[in-house]
Unconditional design. Structure first.
Length: 343
């Protein structure tokens, strides 16, 4: 999920069953800061192409759509989600000529650590370097990076530290770079309440729950319901994603991520230089569109992180949807990617 500090701060496209419209999703042209993005029915259930590639410390699983030599878009999922958050976004972008890459993050789906000796570390710079390594392995010098939740944070980190790899950015929730020291300070009780699972994961009881398949799935399903209150997903949709939670490193990665954010788990020394730079809240210069889902409990009203973006920039509020924006409103998300690439 997104950084709790952020909360504390106050197409005519497709054919056949895939005929999702991007037309209405660009209402921001008429009214800056808003976007008409009514949820659309899910049109796809699977990705036609799933691949594996050795990239850095990982053997990364990823979906790919679109022409192999098209401009690249890398779509990044969050927790507790997987690549299927983009199952309807990817075809929209592919039909516009983009090469769309949707990787499983470390600890998810078919992505595996190449060595049993590698620390199961989920601090933000480690996850970001996974994506840089994936781009290297796929010979992608630069791409539009687009994400939500962990994926938005990962995209923000890459844009801040390695801007030459990012042609444009779409970040749901705005600037989500984690400052561990700031995380140690409490926020308003209503905000803390939304982060109940983060504190659960700080306990041994929470870790054991994430290692129990039944409790894990029940917890993740509950999070889906709470953070996307108007999303009427069915059990088949949840189970399709829940298969990604069966990764042998899933519990370790999830628990480490949330404990690290609170300063309760160490990172690795080899990432210290990146975390020190990120602690200064570096600005992002690449063309950016930030998205705020109207019903997301983690998104503060307004555009509270505007000062962190110094290049071409737009902010859009996506009405009627919750936290899992690309899956709830794929047309609005795809439109943001297309528009960010033209800023």
């Amino acid at each position: 999920m997104i950084d709790r500090r952020t909360l504390g701060k106050a197409v005519g496209l497709g054919t056949g069953a895939a005929a999702l419209s991007l037309t209405g999703a660009r209402a921001a042209d008429a009214a800056p800061g808003t976007a008409d993005a009514a949820p659309v029915p899910a049109a796809h259930t699977t990705f036609p192409t799933l691949k594996q590639v050795e990239a850095g410390v990982l053997d990364t699983g990823y979906a790919e759509a679109g022409p192999a030599h098209g401009p690249a878009v890398v779509c990044l999922h969050g927790w507790p989600y997987d690549i299927h958050s983009y199952v309807d976004v990817a075809p929209l972008l592919a039909e516009r000529g983009y090469r769309v890459i949707v990787p499983y993050l470390r600890g998810h789906g078919t992505t595996r650590f190449r060595s049993s000796r590698t620390v199961r570390n989920a601090q933000q710079s480690a996850v970001a370097l996974d994506i840089v390594a994936l781009m290297d392995a796929l010979e992608i010098p630069e791409a539009v990076l687009a994400g939500f939740d962990w994926g938005a944070r990962t995209a923000d980190v890459i844009a801040a530290l390695w801007p030459r790899r990012v042609s444009a950015l779409v970040s749901t929730g705005g600037y989500l770079v984690t400052n561990v020291e700031a995380q140690k300070s409490p926020i308003a009780p209503a905000g803390e309440h939304n982060w109940w699972y983060q504190y659960y994961f700080a306990t041994e009881r929470g870790r054991l729950a994430m290692e129990d398949p039944a409790l894990r799935d029940d917890l993740c399903r509950l999070v889906w319901q709470l953070v996307s209150p108007h999303w009427k997903f069915d059990e088949a949709t949840f189970q399709r994603t829940a298969r990604a939670f069966e990764n042998p490193d899933y519990a370790a990665i999830v628990i480490h991520n949330y404990r690290w954010r609170l300063g309760l788990a160490d990172g690795e020394r080899r990432y210290d230089r990146y975390e020190k730079e990120l602690a200064t809240r570096p600005t992002i210069h690449v063309p950016t569109i930030t998205l705020s889902p109207e019903l997301d409990p983690f998104t503060a009203p307004g555009d509270g992180t505007r000062d962190r973006f110094t290049g071409p920039y737009e902010h859009r509020v996506v009405e009627g949807v919750g936290h899992n924006l690309p899956q709830e409103a794929p047309a609005a998300f795809a439109r943001a990617v297309l528009d960010a690439a033209r800023l």
